[in-house]
Design a protein around this ligand. Structure first.
Ligand code: C2O
Ligand code: CU
Length: 521
């Protein structure tokens, strides 16, 4: 390990973080300076560094919470109007401690919105935070003006005396976001997308789920009500006082953007939260549940498994992914989710015995982060469900439809104090258009990466070519590019004309340049 000087420095920094830290210091532990005294540790299999918090709460001691439902404040014709206020709040996340958060309606995760294809949603949003926001509906097919473009800032209602280097369409205090939602049923989610500061702002709590429904899905008669669980999985680290620890260069989130150099590859937490609750438990009956899972973490990747699995068969029946229902269900032993990916899975608890504990585990975790959610199987029976062989009509895009191929490489560029993250050598510039397909064009994008980069494109879903393993996941809006990875995706640029972004969904990369524009012309 290290000499006495190093260990006393470490000791000192550790005291700054909080004396209550109980975890072992292991070889490979990296100590980060800065007056915030935030410590980090490498995690095998992840791109990024884990912030070591003051303490990790014991798993499975607190019940799962479900997000509150946002109800329309009024309905006019086929439009449902909602109101959201983005504001600071205190939330008891770790028992007995109040954590200051930034939340939609002061909640983390934000309230759940449920929408129906054929009905428009308008969300009147008011910003009572001390910082600008821009709300993006991830997975939504939304006209550009309402897509939460990074420089289309909604400034604080109380005013903002700092400038903004790049300005898009600026709103003061309040604005409407209008979503036509003429798209397939899917688990969408909304989160902050403020230029340069998305990572810290989402970490403070700015993310929520949005369940979009349609008739095709309704016809399947899938488990519903208490048998359908929206689950937002995130990781966070906590200081001794209960605060979220995040290694921002500027904790005031004004300037400069980015994180302390050691964390440039991404920020991981050492506590897993489901719907804002650390490794919770949830009582289930012996029936079929539909889990709607989104990985809303800044940088952490997961592989979910069920321990123990049901006897004699695979535990998960995957029925949908980012872009909604698959053509046919797929039985899986485990499945991986990169940041922003979603899975729609059925789990049948009927073959477990009453009193059994069944754990949703993260196989990519270490001792801190493998417990996700414990299901306590009760003695009552729940509904059964057998999925049909055909779930949905999924149109296959064919290579022969593509009018051109574009190439994008996602790779780190070192600089003296950390890293920048260009795409194809270009850092994000709101005025530069990297691709300008005509409305209706189909293109093949050839993607490659140095480290793990979850490629995400706004507005248009894609399908994955060449990789039969991923192919079965249907319509995607995010694809995990692995270490020295490559993939080809096929995209049809339909929807609305305008300028949209594509980017790496590791927020620490996105905030430091790994984003670009395309325009549908
Ligand atoms: Cu969740 Cu621009 O993305
Ligand atoms: Cu990246």
């Amino acid at each position: 390990m290290s000499g006495p000087a190093e260990s006393s420095r470490r000791q000192f920094l550790r005291m700054l973080v909080g004396a209550a830290f109980a975890g072992p210091f292991v070889a490979g532990c990296s100590v980060t300076g800065g007056d915030q005294g935030i410590l980090g540790r490498k995690v095998p299999g992840q791109t990024g560094l884990m912030v070591l918090g003051a303490s990790v709460p014991e798993s499975f001691t607190v019940p799962l919470a479900l997000p509150s439902m946002l109800r329309p404040v009024r309905t006019v014709g086929s439009t449902d109007h909602y109101e959201l206020t983005v504001r600071p709040a205190l939330q008891e996340i770790v028992s007995g401690v109040e954590t200051p958060i930034w939340g939609y309606n002061g909640e983390f995760p934000g309230p759940l919105i449920e929408s129906q294809r054929g009905r428009r949603v308008v969300v009147h949003t008011r910003n009572e935070l001390p910082a600008p926001v821009s709300t993006h509906l991830h997975g939504g097919r939304t006209p550009a003006a309402d897509d939460g473009y990074p420089t289309d800032l909604l400034l604080p209602a109380r005013g903002w005396e700092h400038g903004h280097e790049h300005s898009g369409a600026i709103s003061h205090g309040e604005r409407d976001y209008t979503y036509p939602l003429d798209q397939r049923a899917a688990l969408l989610w909304y989160h902050d997308h403020r230029m340069d500061f998305t990572g810290p702002q989402v970490w403070r709590g700015l993310a929520g789920m949005h369940l979009h429904r349609d008739d095709e899905e309704a016809a399947l008669g899938l488990p519903t009500g208490e048998y359908e669980l929206p689950l937002m999985v995130t990781d966070r680290s906590f200081g001794r006082d209960g605060r979220f620890l995040y290694p921002s260069r500027d904790p005031e989130l004004v300037s400069p953007p980015g994180v302390l150099p050691d964390f440039a590859n991404g920020v991981l937490g050492d506590v897993l939260l489901v719907n804002g609750v650390p490794a919770p438990f949830h009582p289930v009956s012996r029936g079929v549940y539909r889990l709607r899972i989104v990985n809303a973490s800044n940088a952490r990747h997961y592989r979910f498994e069920l321990v123990p699995g049901p006897p004699g068969r695979e535990p998960f029946l995957l029925i949908g992914s980012d872009g909604g229902l698959l053509a046919a269900p797929v039985e899986l032993r485990s499945f991986a989710l990169a940041p922003s990916e979603r899975a729609d899975v059925l789990v049948d608890f009927s073959s477990f015995s009453p009193g059994e504990n069944v754990v949703l585990r993260n196989r990519y975790g270490d001792e801190h982060c493998s417990d996700v959610l414990l299901f306590r199987v009760g003695s009552e029976w729940g509904p059964s469900y057998s999925a049909p062989a055909v779930l949905s009509h999924v149109e296959r895009l064919d290579e022969s439809q593509a009018v051109r191929t574009r190439t994008f490489h996602f790779a780190r560029r070192n600089q003296h104090d950390g890293a920048l993250w260009p795409i194809g050598g270009h850092l994000f510039d709101p005025d530069h258009i990297a691709a300008a397909p005509a409305l209706g064009d189909t293109e093949i994008w050839q993607l490659s990466s140095d480290l793990r980069h979850p490629f995400h494109i706004h507005h248009v879903p894609f399908q994955v070519l060449d990789n039969p393993g991923v192919d079965k996941y249907g319509w995607k809006d995010t694809l995990a590019l692995g270490l020295r990875g490559s993939a080809r995706v096929i995209i049809r640029f339909d929807g609305y004309r305008g300028k949209y972004t594509f980017h790496c969904h590791t927020y620490e990369h996105e905030d430091m340049g790994m984003m670009a524009n395309y325009a549908i012309t």
